[in-house]
Design a protein. Structure first.
Length: 301
């Protein structure tokens, strides 16, 4: 039976730990000579721009011996009105899996329901689970363990934040989120994560309170793709939520700073912090490659 990866909760804790171990092995060059995707075609579908997701999937599929086929809606009959469910049924006949970046999470669910191949979420309005896999690998690398770890997410309670909430519940690390009023993470995702979590998942208002004694601080853009309407007004509500030297001084001395990228330097994070000694953002970007290769091995082969 096929297995989709639409949200992080599609993996059990055991599967996620296995995947993270395999990603670390792939990164260190262990058993990398295998070509588990030989003869297989993986579709990569983008309704929105992408640098990291597109390149890490395309490069990773090549390294695993497979073939990547990139698509945008307007290159397909989808752009001329063919339904998403008919598209899903058709592509299942040619491809072995499809990764999709969509505006609406419901589009991914429709594709998953109408196709016989694994569907991987490469970012939707609600979740960014591939990002969260790379994030936890980065935290393990930099901090040694997730046990007792305190991660502060400061900013918009968006897709990236929602997937980190699921990661915290599944892998049992503490997550303290600080967001302005009206920009908290999705309440349904938060409630179901809290219902199963053994660790703390807290949402508060004050960024300093979140950053105090944090082992890691994470931020993302204040305006996500597709949410540009009213962006300037929105940004004014986030000025106190910038990751800068002053805010970081509340955290532990050896705090690491994460950002899924792309960053808007001078908005949610200063250039000084992005380029400074605490920043691990490019290691984090690299880890997209290793975790997604492990994910493809798990779902497709
Ligand atoms: N972090 C991330 O998903 O980056 P891209 O938008 O460049 O794919
Ligand atoms: N929250 C951002 C993440 C980009 C990788 C967005 O959805 O645009």
């Amino acid at each position: 039976m096929k297995k989709d990866f639409l949200t992080l909760s599609d993996l059990t804790r055991i599967e996620m730990e296995l995947l993270l171990r395999r990603a670390a092995d792939l990164k260190s060059g262990k058993n990398t000579g295998l070509s588990p995707l030989a003869g297989k075609n993986i579709g990569l579908f983008f309704e929105k721009p992408s640098t990291r997701t597109r390149l890490s999937f395309e490069a990773g599929i090549f390294q695993l011996g497979g073939n990547a086929i990139c698509m945008t809606p307007n290159e397909l009959q989808l752009g001329r009105g063919e339904t998403i469910s008919d598209t899903a049924r058709t592509i299942s006949r040619y491809l072995n899996a499809v990764m999709m970046r969509t505006f609406s999470h419901a589009t991914l669910e429709t594709v998953a329901a109408n196709s016989s191949i694994p569907v991987i979420n490469g970012l939707s309005d609600l979740h960014h689970p591939c990002q969260a896999l790379a994030d936890v690998l980065t935290l393990i690398e930099k901090k040694g363990t997730l046990k007792g770890l305190k991660l502060a997410f400061i900013g918009d309670g968006n897709n990236v934040c929602n997937s980190l909430i699921e990661a915290a519940a599944i892998l049992e690390f503490n997550l303290i989120i600080a967001s302005p009023e009206g920009f908290e993470p999705h309440s349904g995702i938060l409630d179901s994560a809290r219902a199963s979590a053994k660790s703390e998942i807290i949402v508060l208002r004050d960024p300093k309170e979140a950053a105090v004694m944090a082992d890691a601080v994470y931020t993302d853009v204040w305006v996500s793709m597709g949410q540009e309407k009213g962006a300037e007004e929105k940004k004014k509500k986030f000025t106190d939520y910038q990751i800068n030297a002053k805010l970081l001084s509340c955290a532990k001395k050896d705090v690491v700073v994460l950002h899924c990228l792309p960053a808007h330097r001078g908005e949610e994070i200063t250039a000084e912090i992005m380029d400074g000694p605490h920043s691990v953002v490019f290691d984090q970007a690299e880890n997209r490659l290793h975790t997604q290769k492990a994910l493809l091995e798990m779902l497709v082969t």
